[in-house]
Design a binder for this molecule. Structure first.
Ligand code: S3P
Length: 161
C-alpha cells in the first residue's frame, strides 16, 4: 500500500482526518508534529523559541524520512517549504485538505500553540496564499473541507484511494 500524506494549512484538519481515516481503513497513522514532540521531548513552540524555525524544519525533514512504513501521515502545514520533503512525499499519495482562509481563521481563533499563526493578520494572509499555491502544485488529490462534516471528508478520500 502506498503511503497517504495529508497536507494543508494549519487548522485544515490533517490530524483529525488522518485519525479517522486510519480507523476506518484499520491501518497505521502518524502525526508528524506529534512524532517530533515525542522524539525531541519538547512542544513545537518550545522548539521554535529555543532553536528557531530552521531547527524545527530539520526535525521535520528527519521525521518524514523516518516514518516510511506508516500508511497514513498527517504532516505539518510547512512541510512543503522544503523540496526534499516534497520529493519524498511524491513517492506516496499526496492529499491536500483545502480550506478557506476565513474558515482557518475561525478554527484557529483561540490557538496560541502555533508559532507561525501568532503573527499579524497581514502576515497570516500572506503565508496562507503563498502556501496554498505550493499545496495545489504538488497534490495528487484535492479535497475541499470548508463547511463539510469530517465523515464526508473521510468518505471522499476513500472514494479516491
Ligand atoms: C507549521 C504548522 C504546524 C507545525 C508548526 C509549523 C507551519 O502544524 O508543524 O507549528 O509551518 O505551517 P499544523 O499544520 O498541524 O498546525
Amino acid at each position: 500500500m502506498q503511503t497517504i500524506y495529508l497536507i494543508g494549512f494549519m487548522g485544515a484538519g490533517k490530524t483529525t482526518i488522518g485519525h479517522l481515516l486510519a480507523e476506518y481503513l484499520q491501518t497505521t497513522f502518524i502525526d508528524l508534529d506529534d512524532y517530533i514532540e515525542k522524539t525531541y521531548q519538547m512542544r513545537i513552540p518550545e522548539i521554535f523559541n529555543n532553536y528557531g524555525e530552521k531547527t524545527f524544519r530539520d526535525y521535520e525533514t528527519k521525521a518524514l524520512q523516518n516514518v516510511k512504513n506508516v500508511h497514513i501521515v498527517a504532516t505539518g502545514g510547512g512541510v512543503v517549504e522544503r523540496q526534499e520533503n516534497i520529493k519524498s512525499m511524491k513517492k506516496g499519495i499526496i492529499i491536500y485538505l483545502e480550506t478557506s482562509f476565513e474558515e482557518i481563521k475561525h478554527r484557529l481563533r483561540h490557538d496560541s500553540n502555533r508559532p507561525l499563526w501568532n503573527i499579524s493578520d497581514r502576515s497570516r494572509r500572506k503565508l496562507f496564499f503563498e502556501r496554498i499555491e505550493k499545496y495545489k502544485k504538488i497534490a495528487h488529490i484535492r479535497i475541499n473541507t470548508t463547511n463539510k462534516p469530517k465523515q464526508q471528508v473521510v468518505q471522499e478520500i476513500i472514494s479516491y484511494v
